[in-house]
Design a protein around this ligand. Sequence first.
Ligand code: URA
Length: 442
Amino acid sequence: MTDFTFDAPTVIRVKRDGGVLTDAAIDWVIDAYTRGQVADEQMSALLMAIFLRGMSAAEIARWTAAMVASGERFDFTDLRRPGSDGRPLALVDKHSTGGVGDKITIPLVPVVMACGGAVPQAAGRGLGHTGGTLDKLEAIPGFSAELSKSRIRQQLSEIGAAIFAAGELAPADRKIYALRDVTATTESLPLIASSVMSKKIAEGARALVLDTKVGSGAFLPDQDQARELARTMVELGEAHGLVTRALLTDMSVPLGRAVGNAVEVAESLEVLAGGGPSDVVDLTVALAAEMLDAAGLDAKDPAETLRDGTAMDCFRALVAAQGGDVGALDTDALPIGAHSDTVTAPRDGTMGDIDAMAVGLAVWRLGAGRSAPGEQVQFGAGLRIHRRPGEPVRAGESLFTLYTDTPARIGPARAELDGAWTVGDSAPPHRPLIIDRITRTV
Ligand code: URA
């Protein structure tokens, strides 16, 4: 039945003029948009008004709750892991606010599995200049993230993890997320907080760690704004019964040496084999320790699972459970762009900072992300960083290799990199990877 109490133009006008939306107006607009009764252009206008005017804490809380209520909320608390003496699963997850080269979920989930945690992870696709976990994992031939609820339950109890497309969880976020991606309304605290937390509240985890990014490659580069985002998300999680913490982590340079889809899977495999770039290893281990603590698990040292191969075993089990070709993890069978191009050093010296945003945009232009809703990404698109900040460089050496299936994409990608890196006489100042830790403020 049509509700004549509300209409989209009035709701948009209230926010456009800097007003506060009532609980009832928020419930109505989220529900009506999810059911197709508010049009994309109306929601786009409202999102832009929210982007420009912001939201109060009470509005963010209600908007998030309405997005959770737009779909199902999973409950896995009845599940027991075989051989666990009937103890419930330690259901714990992490979510990143989005970064460049941020493949951390790929090694992290198996580390937590190997330490006895159970991870129900509703993951996302690329958004703006940042990559998406699902686009990366789907680069493994056969891997599917379209899992039914019964399949997720089965994987959680049998192997301890499932990484899946949100599907019927928070369907309002699915629609709004796609709209934000193409209407320049991504970089908004209320919209990021509600997007992340609606999925995480609905997915069935009992504890959550938020990796809140700070720096040029983050949606909110400014440290004070990122801290505010982290606090807002922690409060939202706790209000919905999740033990929630956040780390503020540096995203001014890309994480690791690989940015893209399959190239990030390949780098994650190096980490799972006990090697890989130190920043990726350190962040994986720090987030795992935080997750285990939040879940009340007094388990083994997460770093040990990378050394002793148990995390790699868990990753193979996860890939196999989701239809992926485990054989492709052992060989060079992961896709790589058919065309490549190399950026070389103009002089001897030391590699300076590499701007994360520019690298994210370059990789997006190579075809790793989307510029229209539903577009197919190139699994082989990506970039390898041969010299990290502070490393010595010789004139003529390769600094970056770009990969794509579409040669015409190489010029625009190289243009994004122009001015985004330097070779100088000294190393750039050291920046801590983990900037702060944020917990509930009561
Ligand atoms: N991750 C999400 O799920 N949503 C955002 O808005 C940003 C990162």
